[in-house]
Design a protein around this ligand. Structure first.
Ligand code: P6P
Length: 330
């Protein structure tokens, strides 16, 4: 069974950037994932459960573990001298990482993270996740980092992935050559290849949406939900929604389902953030043979204008997303 490191080396010809940089990036991500996993798995027993009492940049109640996860990722990336800048859901502005100039060739990578997505589910023991998205800096190494290094379109991503902290802890990523999942064996602290080449199955099985907002959805979304609920021979769709993007997406990409977070009257731009939630999940979606849009436009082609920008987000099997887009057009 391949470990993550062995898999990266075995497939290094598929990655058009430095293998050493890729290994360093994943060394950071693995370390952070294990440290977060340890705390998440005993959240009920530590003082890290519950709210930190701080309202984050999103105007949301920051959970103590959100802040812990944010700090762990920052420290993990700092110590590997491969990242020059980080943007995080938990930080208003981007963070510059002063690297060792002697290794400048390495630290030209930009990382955008949602350190702990769905964290309001921690207190009720529902799966949550960390999401990451990696770019090459746009500005030259001898200049200071600027916002343009972070406001890159999703089609420029070189790596995207997530860690899901569920019944098992799985790291899933793509570098543009398929989607691969690695399960943590906590007894040895190693991620082993468990889900090679994840692809949406040919069956369209389920839809995920918070239909508590039904009254506030655009008409096209309401029509698509009604379509999902109509009798379809022996295979009516089933509804599955746990309110955790990583958990809902991971189930849907394996079993065949669409995830929808549209704009509503309360969230006119949608709720999910483009840069560190939708773009990485959209990259994974397309690499797994699916489609990701805002209901009209390909997510990866949206030009960002601010760090914490939101967008309506739909991702899943091509047939289901295209069907929804047809309803949105009418
Ligand atoms: P709602 C979690 O806060 C999150 O960002 C996603 O992980 C999740 O899919 C969504 O929001 C849930 O939002 O409005 O349905 O509770």
């Amino acid at each position: 069974m391949y470990t993550l490191g062995e898999f990266i080396i075995e497939n290094r010809d598929n990655f058009s950037f430095s293998t050493e940089a890729l290994l360093r990036l994943f060394s950071s991500i693995k370390l952070a994932a294990k440290a977060i996993n340890k705390e998440v798995n005993k959240a009920g027993l530590t003082e890290k459960i519950g709210s930190s009492g701080i309202t984050n940049i999103q105007g949301e109640n920051q959970q103590k573990l959100d802040d812990f996860a944010h700090r762990v990722f920052i420290e993990s990336f700092k110590s590997r001298n491969v990242v020059c800048g980080i943007a995080s859901e938990e930080s208003k502005d981007f963070i510059v990482i002063k690297g060792d100039q002697k290794k400048a060739i390495l630290n030209q990578y930009i990382v955008l993270i949602d350190p702990l997505d769905g964290s309001s589910n921690i207190d009720v023991n529902v799966s949550i996740g960390s999401i990451f998205s990696v770019y090459i800096r746009k500005s030259s190494n001898n200049l200071s980092l600027g916002l343009e290094d972070f406001l890159q379109m999703g089609n420029k991503q070189i790596i995207a992935g997530y860690i899901i902290y569920g019944s098992s802890t799985i790291l899933v990523y793509t570098t543009g050559n398929g989607v691969h999942g690695f399960t943590l064996d906590p007894s040895v602290g190693t991620f082993y290849l468990s889900h090679p080449n994840i692809q949406f199955p040919n069956i369209e099985k389920m839809y995920s949406i918070n239909d508590g907002n039904y009254a506030r959805f655009p008409e096209g979304i309401k029509k698509f939900i009604n379509y999902c609920q109509e009798e379809k021979g022996d295979r009516p769709y089933t509804a599955r929604y746990i309110g955790s993007l990583v958990g809902d997406f991971h189930r849907n990409v394996i079993q065949g389902g669409i995830y929808i977070y549209p704009k509503t009257a309360l969230s006119p731009e949608g709720k999910l953030r483009l840069l560190y939630e939708c773009n990485p999940i959209a990259f994974l979606t397309e690499q797994a043979g699916g489609k990701a849009s805002d209901g009209k436009k390909r997510i990866l082609d949206i030009k960002p204008y601010k760090l914490h920008q939101r967008t309506p987000f739909i991702c899943g099997p091509i047939g289901m997303v295209s069907k929804l887009e047809e309803f949105m057009k009418k």
